[in-house]
Design a protein around this ligand. Sequence first.
Ligand code: NAP
Ligand code: SF4
Length: 671
Amino acid sequence: MTAYPHLLEPLDLGHVVLPNRVIMGSMHTGLEDRLSDLPKLAAYFAERARGGVGLMVTGGYAPNRTGWLTPFGSTLTSHRQARKHRLLTDAVHEAGGRIALQILHAGRYSYHPFSVSASALKAPINPFKPRALTDRGVLKQIKAYVDCAALAREAGYDGVEIMGSEGYFINQFLSERTNKRTDRWGGSPENRRRLAVEIVRQTRERVGEDFLIIYRLSMADLVEGGQTWDDVVALGKEIEAAGASIINTGIGWHEARVPTIVTSVPRAAFTSVTAAFKPYVKIPVVTSNRINLPQVAEEVLARGDADLVSMARPFLADPEWVLKATTDRADEINVCIACNQACLDHVFAKQKASCMVNPRAARETELQLLPTRRTKSIAVVGAGPAGLAAAVTAAERGHRVELFEADAEIGGQFGIARRIPGKEEFAETIRYYRRRLELTGVKVHLGRRATVEDLAGFDEIVLATGVVPRVPAIPGIDHPTVLSYAEVVREGKPVGERVAVIGAGGVGVDVSEFLTTPVSPDLEAWKREWGVGDPTKLAGALAVPQPEPSPRKVYLLQRKTGKIGAGLGKTTGWVHRAALKNKQVEQLRGVNYERIDDDGLHVTFGPKHEKPQVLAVDTVVVCAGQEPVRDLADALRATNRPVHLIGGADVAAELDAKRAIEQATRLALTL
Ligand code: NAP
Ligand code: SF4
């Protein structure tokens, strides 16, 4: 008897039976852009097929060059390419899986000067203005989709996903916001739907019945001028009639000011939208967004919100997600914490995607977990992300590992992050490592500050001793009103009603959110905060945001004159900045810190410190970066013992869990 009867129930689609209700959603990895990377992509998908997922969808492939996401980005436009893709589809089928190719035409989101759209309207997130297509031009785009689908079939794919959401090309025709046409492709809702429906209808005609057509339908645009519920429902019915096999849910355009996938979005936040849509069609409907655990997915399906769930990033984090759910080992799942740090942030920076908590993702051919030929005894000091990753990876390869941690619990900086409202998911990573330490038999010494003597006799010593908060040389820094971020977040020391936060890096921003948001909002409160309304009543599901007022007045300060939080991730920084604005956090840039005394924090502005200001605060919280902890490294080196220094202890300036976990994993694969 399984704990997930709905999730693991097969689904008969006529010509194919899916073994369960889990779809690995489309996620661009960057490996799609070069045919020479196909072996890597094949290994990536084959590993996930072996992990038991019902159906997978590739990253987006443009049906022609105007639809490119970026110059020379992925396309499927020739028989030669289709032949090469056989490598990938064969690998997936040999591993027992099924895979559909996503056809993604970016329209006005194309990052190049030859982009096209319904109307010549520039997107706010793209410097390039698209050209409005002529009637003939529209027909050419439809043909490109249909040809691409036929090539996907030739390449051995089990189907295609036609990307109709997230504000891309098709979505641009559907919405009045971007479609100002007056011909047969614009004006009335029927005319705006014509492109989407024709693409599906002509594709079905071309590919035959025994080929999956998934249509990703934008059920809540989350932008001004987005589609009404009547538009959405009518489109769904017409897409079904045109021959789609499955309808997938899309939520929010890329230019929307509502976060839809970052970690602070509550789990399964948008499945109610799919639930509202589902009664209008008979074909299976998929829901998505912030579903990351089997229990969450099971609840969604048991409630009847959808027939299937789609998850993209959770399969980067753990290729065996389904296998672990099936074999009652959900506590072993390496959960996607929705940080975007190594996946979407990489894609936007034109780097290959991977995963912060699983650096092997999309690097399966490079980072192979092979058993060691010679078992060694390895000491790992420090149980933060770096130490944990090193310990479990080394142990999994067959080494005898002992882990020393001075604290009473494992987790390091993640123990701070998980206490920040909206970052609770970080606790899942700690849970995952705790379980993996048990399974791999690592001997864990908690509350034990390792000494040189403790480490005698080990073949290898890995030091992941981490960092301590930096104490800036500001007069009065030892005043009783001053606290470090660790004292505030980890130790819960009392903080007054007026607070100055020194340092506006990732930690300063987190602490400001911690101080202004006493508890994480539940789903309804979160929707009010960001202005997510009832999609059946409000066009684009947009309501007026009603943020909860902060219980404190917070000033966030930095010496630099640039944007606050400039170093934050591309896909998450804007959410943090908007959250600070919602809570009326006052951001002060170009600050000189003069002193701290009973009156508060004295600062000046200007190169000659000419403009003074006193911030009459009760508490000053220092978030001025970190210093590495290397005492043990220095002591061991003095005794000529070789040590491996990793994580924050190695480079504190870029204290960064993504780098730490990757560095630790790579090291452990070589020991
Ligand atoms: P950080 O990003 O290096 O920021 C430290 C801040 O302290 C800077 O804003 C700096 O700004 C200020 N500062 C540095 N030295 C100072 C001094 N002597 N006196 C006064 N101010 C000083 O460090 P962090 O905030 O601790 O974050 C560490 C790392 O954790 C980051 O690299 C980030 O990757 C990661 N992180 C990210 C997030 C997130 O994405 N939300 C959250 C937490 C942590 P000025 O020099 O301009 O004053
Ligand atoms: Fe999830 Fe973060 Fe990994 Fe991306 S990098 S898959 S968001 S855990």
